[in-house]
Each structure stands twice: as structure tokens, then as C-alpha cells.
Design a protein around this ligand. Structure first.
Ligand code: IMP
Length: 427
């Protein structure tokens, strides 16, 4: 078997959807392994743009088996809307299967996410989609799994067990009116009935595919620096967005996983709160935002923009065991006189070469930059191989490879499928 885990190497929004879509051409199966509809994956096919939140990007090929794994949290309403919109555009969703072990984002999770965020003094800037509260319930063993959602009697008895405590929290702490059991059942059961034919034991499907030597893509969401363990805690999402999450979130043994492709932008962005040493709060940042169309796919929020943080990228390389990097949005740096890369952090008079674990320390770090010549006259947009790039862009790529010790095996220079070139086999 040949597999590749596609993982965000920064703070999410690196263009993983596009890369997954490209590699899916050669794959048999695409498995999404964590996160929920906090993610937004944009894929451009010809003149069509698809914005996917839960369904793996492989769905755009009719013959690929697509799996939503156990590690994903699913808002049934959002998933059905996504299915309907794909069907309406002539895309078959017959090859999609959903893990019965995946957890369900319930109406009270969405409400709690928003109420908790509003009451937080130090905001995280969550997407408000109920992701955190759903994962909290999973770990607290008070969650509802898709396999229970689609069994009306089971759902009712689980809710009878869980709902009183949720209502005590909602009413007692947040003065919210709470949720009536009947209301939740009336909302959820029709949705569950529509999802039921797609629900099954995806762990078996994935492991069968592994045994048959299938080519499998494990598609991550968000990014390593938003990982619940390895990210800039507490300014993180609530799932394992790094490569280790693939084994857990798809139910495949670690011994069966080999390649890990980290997707990184040629610069950095971050949505929501949290430390971001290379952030540019000036006209340069604005220029990157405009050129990169850096507005969230899910929430529409303007993304914070800054120079590439190679220290963070090196950390990401280590945590994920990256075997290759895909560098995206290189074209956004076209036209700059010089480009900067963060190669260290200045903290209290010392230079740190590693990314610190504590968010407050990272928040006080001043980037140490290496300034490289840009390519003010050149354009990367038409490049179909490395040698087509302006020489300064080639040097930029080589610098990142040398610094991180990981080869850049794929380069993306625009949103279209053909604005990408691969430098080495991936799958
Ligand atoms: P949550 O995942 O909605 O709980 O949000 C937690 C943090 O992760 C916030 O800062 C969000 O902006 C960020 N986040 C969640 N999903 C994504 C994503 O897909 N791309 C970028 N940032 C994300």
C-alpha cells in the first residue's frame, strides 16, 4: 500500500483541499480524519469553485471512495446541505461513507460554543460551529455518535441521559432557555434518516483497502499549529490536526502509514486569536491579504497575514515527520522587492531557535528575519516546472528546503488545478 497523510503545516488554510484534489487523481480512497465544519477546503475545477467543509475533496472524482472517519465531528445539517449542493451540481456522492463512530455536533454544542466564546476574557476566536464542545463531550463520554443518531430509540435514551446536565449548564451558567428533548428529536431524526444509508463501519473499509494495497489519502483539516497538543495552546482547535491524528481518526494502524505531506503557504496566515510572531499589521500584510484572497472560507473573516515562519515550519516538520512539503500560493509573493523568512525568535534578549511551547512566550517573541531578494519583475503564475520560476523564487524554495531539511515536492502558483507542478512522486 502507498498512503499519504496531507497535513496543514501552519495555522490552517494552507490549500490542503487543492492538493488533496490533485493527488486524488491517482488515489483509490480519500479519508478525512479530524475536525468538522470549522474547516473550509476550496477546490477550483475549470470555471467551477467548490467549497467543502466536511466531505473529502476526493468526492469530485466519481470513482474514488470517500470516507468521513471516526475522528471527525459532524453537524448533520451541514453535511446534508453539502451533499445536496454537490448533487445539485451533478457530482455523485454515492462513494461517500461516514463512520458510525464519528461524533455528532448537536444543537446545544453550537450554542455552547458561542456562549463560551462570548464569556471568555481571552478570546480564542472559534468558528462558533460547536467543534470544541462536541470534542469535550466525546472525551467526557457524554457525546452522541453517528451510529446512535441513526437509531431513534438509542438516540432518545442517550439524550434522556445527557440533556438534563446540558440544560443545567445552559440555564444555570448562561441563562439560556435550554433544549427540550422533543425539539431535538424532531430536528435530528429526519436528518438522521437521510444520512443512515451512508453510515457504516469505515474502519473496516479503510483496513480492507490497506490490505488490498490501495492508494489512500488521509486528508487533514486545520493545521499543526492549531493541533490540540502540538499547537499554540490554548489558541488551538480541539482535535489532533497533525499527522498522528490520521491513525486515530481513521482507525488505521500507525505501522501502515508511510508518507506525510505537509502543506505550507509561501507566507503565513492565521484566523482567530493567538500568537503569530511574523504577523504584518501594515500595508505589506494588506497586500498579501488582497493578493492571496485571504478571507476565511467558513466564516469570511479576514485572515491575519505575515512572512513565512521557518522556525514554526521546522517544528511542524518534526512533529509530523514530514516526508515532503507542498508550497502553495507562491504567486502571492510575485512583485515584492524583497521577501523575509523568520529564522529565529528574539525573546528577552536571547535568540530562540525552537518554537516555544508556551503561547505567552511565543506572543512576546520578535522574529529574526533573513531577507532574500524578491522577484519584482518576474511572475511564477505560468511556471510548469522548477526551472520556469524566476531564479529568486527558486532560491526562496531552496532556502526553505535547507532550513527545514524537507524537500518541496509540489509547488502551487495559482488556484487552478494546472497551476501546480510536482517535483517528485508523492503517492
Ligand atoms: P474552532 O475549531 O472553531 O474551535 O476554533 C479554534 C481556533 O481554530 C480558532 O482560532 C479558529 O479560527 C481556528 N480554526 C478552526 N478551523 C480552522 C480552519 O479550518 N482554518 C483556519 N483556522 C481554523
Amino acid at each position: 500500500m502507498s498512503s499519504v497523510i496531507i497535513v496543514g503545516a501552519q495555522w490552517g488554510d494552507e490549500g490542503k483541499g487543492k492538493i488533496t484534489d490533485l493527488l486524488a487523481r491517482d488515489a483509490d480512497m480519500v479519508v478525512r480524519y479530524q475536525g468538522g465544519n470549522n474547516a473550509g477546503h476550496t477546490v477550483v475545477v475549470g470555471s467551477d469553485t467548490f467549497k467543502l467543509h466536511l466531505i473529502p475533496s476526493g468526492i469530485l472524482y466519481a470513482d474514488k471512495q470517500c470516507i468521513i472517519g471516526n475522528g471527525v465531528v459532524i453537524d448533520p445539517e451541514v453535511l446534508l446541505a453539502e451533499l445536496d449542493s454537490l448533487r445539485a451540481r451533478g457530482i455523485s456522492v454515492d462513494n461517500l461513507r461516514i463512520s458510525e463512530r464519528a461524533h455528532v455536533i448537536m444543537p446545544y454544542h453550537r450554542v455552547l460554543d458561542q456562549l463560551e466564546e462570548a464569556s471568555r476574557e481571552a478570546k480564542i476566536g472559534t468558528t462558533g460551529r460547536g467543534i470544541g464542545p462536541c470534542y469535550v463531550d466525546k472525551v467526557a463520554r457524554t457525546g452522541i455518535r453517528i451510529g446512535e443518531l441513526v437509531e431513534p430509540e438509542l438516540l432518545k435514551s442517550r439524550l434522556q441521559e445527557i440533556l438534563p446536565a446540558k440544560n443545567r449548564l445552559l440555564r444555570g451558567v448562561y441563562q439560556h432557555e435550554g433544549f427540550a428533548l422533543e425539539h431535538i428529536l424532531n430536528t435530528c431524526l429526519p436528518l438522521a434518516e437521510r444520512l443512515k444509508p451512508l453510515v457504516g463501519d469505515t474502519t473496516a473499509l479503510v483496513n480492507q483497502a490497506v490490505a488490498q494495497g490501495a492508494k489512500i489519502i488521509f486528508e487533514g483539516a486545520q493545521g499543526t499549529l492549531l493541533d490540540i497538543d502540538h499547537g499554540t495552546y490554548p489558541f488551538v482547535t480541539s482535535s489532533s490536526a497533525s499527522s498522528g491524528g490520521a491513525a486515530i481518526g481513521a482507525g488505521v494502524p500507525v505501522t501502515k502509514l508511510n508518507n506525510v505531506l505537509g502543506v505550507a503557504k509561501a507566507y503565513c496566515t492565521r484566523v482567530g486569536e493567538g500568537p503569530f510572531p511574523t504577523e504584518l499589521k501594515d500595508a505589506l500584510g494588506e497586500r498579501i491579504r488582497e493578493r492571496g484572497r485571504e478571507f476565511g472560507t467558513t466564516t469570511g473573516r479576514p485572515r491575519r497575514c505575515g512572512w513565512l515562519d521557518a522556525v514554526a515550519l521546522k517544528y511542524s516538520t518534526e512533529v509530523n515527520g514530514l516526508t515532503g512539503l507542498a508550497l502553495t500560493l507562491l504567486d502571492v509573493l510575485d512583485g515584492f522587492e524583497t521577501v523575509k523568512i523568520c529564522v529565529g525568535y528574539k525573546y528577552k534578549g536571547k535568540v530562540l531557535e525552537r518554537m516555544p511551547a508556551q503561547a505567552h512566550v511565543l506572543g512576546e517573541c520578535i522574529p529574526v528575519y533573513r531577507e532574500l531578494p524578491g522577484w519584482p519583475e518576474g511572475s511564477t503564475r505560468q511556471a510548469s516546472c522548477f526551472d520556469d520560476l524566476p531564479v529568486q523564487a527558486q532560491d526562496y524554495i531552496k532556502f526553505i528546503e535547507d532550513f527545514t531539511g524537507v524537500p518541496i515536492v509540489l509547488v502551487s502558483v495559482g488556484p487552478a488545478r494546472n497551476q501546480t507542478f510536482q517535483r517528485a512522486p508523492i503517492l
